[in-house]
Structures are given as C-alpha cells and as structure tokens.
Design a protein around this ligand. Structure first.
Ligand code: PA5
Length: 424
C-alpha cells in the first residue's frame, strides 16, 4: 500500500453511477491537461516536473545543504504562500526534524515577530534563502530588506554573498534586479510552474536540502504519483475519483470541505492544501471552501458543529497507516480510570479507533466523508501526496469551469495596500 482512498462513507450521498455519468466531463478535463489546451495551459510545468528533476541536480542541492549546515547555526527561509507553505509542510510532516534549525519570515508582517527572531539569532551564524517567484511580493521583499540589514551587521563582501541564496524567476521581478546588482547565488523557478504548484522546484528543494530532508525520496514519490494519476480511469485513478466525488458533493450543496487529521504533523500539509485548493478553485463566484481540523484537539472545539451544525460540509480524513514509534499504554493495578481495556495496546490503536468512531458518527450525522491514508510519514509518500493533490485540483478546477492556475483575486488587496503605502 502507498496511498489509498476510502469512500465507504459517501454511501447515500454519491453513487458510482453518478461518477460514471460525469466521465465525459472528467475526460474533457483530462484531455485539456494532456493536450495542454485548457485555461492556464501556460502553467502546466508541474505535470512532468518529477521526471525532470535530475540526480545531478539533487546531488548539487545536497552538497549545498552540507556546505550551509557546516557554516551556519540557523536558516531563515523568507517567502509567502507557495514560496513558504510547501517547505514548512514537508518539515513538519517529517516530524519537525531539520538538521539546521529553520525559521520562517516574510509570510506575515508582525514587527514583534521579526524583531524577536533577529534578537534570537544575534549571536548565531545565519544563512538566508529568499524565495519569490514574482520577485515583487511585499511581505517577503520587506522581510528581506530587514534581514539583509541584520546580516550586514555580521558579514561583509564575499561572506555576506555566501549567506544569501535567492530562488526566483529567471528574468522578471525586483528580486532579479537585486541579484543582478548585488550578485547572490540564485536558483531559478521554471516559468511554467505557478507558486502553489512549486514545492518540487528549487522553491521547496533548496531549503529542504539545507534542512537535510530526503529530497530524492520526495521526488521519487511525486514521480510515482505522476504515473499513477495519469490514467483516464475512475476506478484506477484515485485523483480523478476524488475530484469526481468532490465535484458531485459540491453540486449537492456541500460547499465546504474539511480536511481532518488525527496526526498533528499534518497541520501544515493542510495549510498547503488549503492554499492549493482555495486559490485554484475559488474564483468566478465558485469553489469549495477548504478548511482543516486536527483531532482529537478540534473534536473538543469544532466537534459539535461537525456532528450537528449546518449540513453544507463534507470531510476528508488524512490518515497515516504506520506510525514510526510504538507507545504502549501501561496497565494499572487498580483500574480507577477504567482504561485497563486498552492496556498493552499501542496509543496509535486508540487514535485509529477515535478516527473510525468519528468517521462513522459524522457520516451518520449527515457529513459524507472520505479517507486518504498514507502508508507512513516519510518523504516518498508526501511527494506522492503532493502530486495527487496537484492533479486533483487541476481536474477539479476544469470540472468547475475555472482556470485553476491563476489567482486574480490575490491582487485586490495589494492594489489597495500599494495605494495606502504610496508605492509607485
Ligand atoms: O500560488 C501563487 O502563485 C501565490 O499564492 C504565490 O505563491 C504567493 O503569492 C507568493 O508569490 P511569490 O512567490 O511571487 O512571492
């Protein structure tokens, strides 16, 4: 098993014959992608990205990672949206293990937050990766200004240059102008890969290699996804089946998808997923609202609404089959709390019973749900999951009749903010 989709709890909400009935629409979406003829066709570079990343490039990045880890105590990764979430999601999913402490900046503009970060790193050896596809995004640009000034108080000339690594478009953008003038080491984001689809480009791979993540495994998993989710067959292609189910649920008024996980290391995977789906589908007055919950924590805050609130929700559980570390529940001589019934069992067994109980209760409460289960929490399966979601959202966007690869709505606040700031 690698990744599986369970749809038992769609019974009575979505039937196979309904999925089969929209096969012509799925086929049209599939062909639009394959023939690169649909809306946003200039941004389909993510589709064959896993097969394009060479071993040589992986080695180059791993060598860079080693070099940076040797001369640094901390890494600051500057970026927002697609230039931030995939990095954090990968690190957190793998248990928060980074071989070099990694800090994030440029995804918000809290002055206290950045001040405290720089205070913390005052006496540390720091390397910075600044990531921006457009090279013009306000939040990372301003964070880079402040952090560059901080680095200048510590390093000069070649040493300063060595400690700033840029990831951006080859030709366009203000960051490229800065690189041309100041001469920093640079990695290029392919033109045909949009921000939220860029985790498997240098956007994700550069900081993840520095963090010591198994980027080879991540790419191999995505590569498996590339072949697995290419078939035009609803029963064999899990991405198309998931897309079809989501679309049918949406058409029946289930306008919110809650991604629920019983594994807290999925928190940022869900954040990445929210950006991918929210930004790709939410346009022209359409789109499923992506929300996320972490259980059991949120069962004791949002559980009531999930069970019993407005029935415009469907739920997708994101599960992990095999956890890395067994944790056996001890037996007590006197069974005062009544839990000797699970003594000798792994805590994950209880967690999985909580999941089964929740999935059943929510289904019976009128919330159709699906489950996506990953074999284990390693880079390979996450790479495959990233590709699975990218393929799903592309098909979903076309089913909805929107361009899944643009984000015109993100510009609205920027225009107003620039006016307030007097930016020319
Ligand atoms: O998906 C997208 O294109 C956006 O959400 C971007 O990732 C985000 O706005 C950051 O943009 P940039 O990398 O150009 O700074």
């Amino acid at each position: 098993m690698s990744i599986i989709l369970n749809t038992d709890h769609l019974k009575g909400f979505v039937e196979k014959k309904e999925r089969d009935a929209i096969l012509p629409q799925i086929k049209a979406a599939h062909l639009s992608l394959e023939k690169k003829s649909g809306q946003g066709k200039e941004f389909l570079g993510w589709m064959d990205l896993p097969s394009k990343v060479t071993d040589h490039f992986i080695q180059e990045l791993n060598a860079l990672g080693e070099e940076v880890r040797k001369n640094s105590d901390a890494l600051i990764s500057i970026g927002i949206g697609g230039s931030y979430l995939g990095i954090r999601s990968t690190i957190e999913y793998l248990g928060g293990k980074s071989r070099l402490p990694i800090y994030y900046a440029g995804h918000q503009m809290s002055s206290d937050d950045l001040y405290n970060l720089l205070e913390k790193l005052k006496t540390k050896r720091v390397t910075v990766v600044v990531i921006s596809k457009s090279g013009t995004t306000t939040e990372p640009a301003i964070a880079f200004r402040v952090i560059k000034q901080f680095l200048k108080t510590k390093y000069k000339d070649q040493e300063l240059k060595k400690r700033i690594i840029c990831v951006t478009d080859e030709k366009k953008g203000a960051l490229q102008k800065i690189i041309d003038k100041e001469g920093y080491r640079t990695f290029v984001i392919p033109d045909d890969v949009g921000g939220r689809f860029s985790v498997l480009t240098p956007v994700g791979l550069v900081p993840l290699a520095i963090a010591g993540v198994d980027i080879q495994g991540l790419i191999e998993g995505a590569h498996k996804g590339q072949s697995e989710y290419a078939k035009l067959d609803l029963e064999q292609n899990m991405a198309y089946r998931y897309a079809a189910n989501r679309y049918l649920l949406y058409k029946k008024g289930k306008i919110i998808e809650v991604l629920s996980s019983f594994y807290p290391n999925m928190f940022y995977v869900a954040e990445w997923w929210k950006q991918l789906f929210g930004e790709s589908e939410g346009k022209d007055g359409k789109g499923i609202f992506p929300a996320s919950l972490i259980f059991s924590t949120d069962l004791h805050s949002m559980g009531q609404l999930m069970q019993d609130g407005m029935r415009n929700i469907f739920e997708t559980f994101l599960m992990i089959d095999q956890t890395a570390h067994p944790l056996i529940i001890p037996k007590e001589d006197e069974d005062l709390d009544g839990f000797n019934c699970v003594a000798g069992k792994d805590l994950d067994f209880v967690n999985k019973q909580a999941y089964l109980a929740t999935a059943m209760a929510h289904f019976e409460g009128g919330v159709p749900n699906m489950s996506i289960t990953l074999c284990k929490a390693d880079a390979f399966h996450l790479g495959q999951l990233y590709y699975f979601y990218e393929k799903t959202v592309a098909i979903s966007g076309y089913l909805l009749g929107v361009n899944p690869f643009d984000q015109p709505g993100v510009e609205a606040y920027k225009t107003k903010m620039f006016r307030l700031l007097g930016k020319v």
